[in-house]
Write a protein that binds this ligand. Sequence first.
Ligand code: PEP
Ligand code: MN
Length: 354
Amino acid sequence: MELDLLPLGLPSDNERPFVIAGPCSAETEEQVMTTARQLADKGCHMFRAGIWKPRTKPGGFEGNGEKALPWMQQVKKETGMLTATEVATPEHVELALKYGVDILWVGARTTANPFAMQALADSLRGIDVPVLVKNPVNPDLELWIGALERINGAGIKRLGAIHRGFSSYDKKIYRNLPMWQIPIELHRRIPNLPIACDPSHIGGRRDLIAPLCQQAMDMGMDGLIVESHCNPEQAWSDASQQVTPDVLDYILSILNIREEVQSTEPLAALRKQIDEIDNELIDILGKRMRICREIGQYKKEHGLTVVQTSRYSEILDKRGAQGQLLGISADCVKQIFESIHEESVNQQIEIINK
Ligand code: PEP
Ligand code: MN
């Protein structure tokens, strides 16, 4: 399905990026107003705050709900910033619009649910408001596009996407894996759809915000949505990933905005995908080596030999056949696995001799 889109029309000093900043949650009137004033002083044009918070477990702070909406009105009145919040149900949409919220976004958990997306879309019919749809929690581009199609199908033309990373069981550096190839592919599929990056929910850590913002700019993304709080350590949700307006201003000031890679330049886009895949390859090899070292420890404790020939032949046979099915010569697969095996053996020998 072709999307029928109009420019988002969000304010920004330069062409790129547009920036939406504000706390994860609207906690108190004072926290909202203090943060908003500080952001406005730094020249920020759009203020975000969660009014309804989707929490992984019950019992956490689930947002103030309607009570916090007058605070958003106050932000707009006093600072002139546009306001943005997450909506997950038709009731949220109705209330947010009733209090004049300017920009709505759909959270990652909601995007993953087509029933919820359709209900949201139906509640937006006939309304002209910019809507930003976060990627679903799971790395499923079709589900993301389907959610965008539902909202667009309801007549919302000022539509954008937010890349906030993808949930994974094996959390290492990132709270949510960026998997940049997915937003890149979204851009290839729907070139005129603006995409913003949410480095806060990808990184999960303050110190990752700056490098992720830069990476998003290098990927040609159009905007940033960053969590910023007047007192991040004391935040009621996502404390570890929020930065003060001061720090955010510094992060934005050192961004290096390079000329956007033209989408008519297919080679550059494909190379980005290759870089991303190479990153993943190294990551996966690292994981494999970690497990090899665990096996080494087990072999040491149980007096087993490092090289077990039958296991080695089994790996070579299986992977050789699998490679051939994917158009890689059996010889190439053999060479790759010989190198990997050699490094694994070396690492295990080191452990056994320790
Ligand atoms: C948020 O923006 O605070 C939020 C809950 O994000 P996500 O839907 O990406 O988890
Ligand atoms: Mn958050």
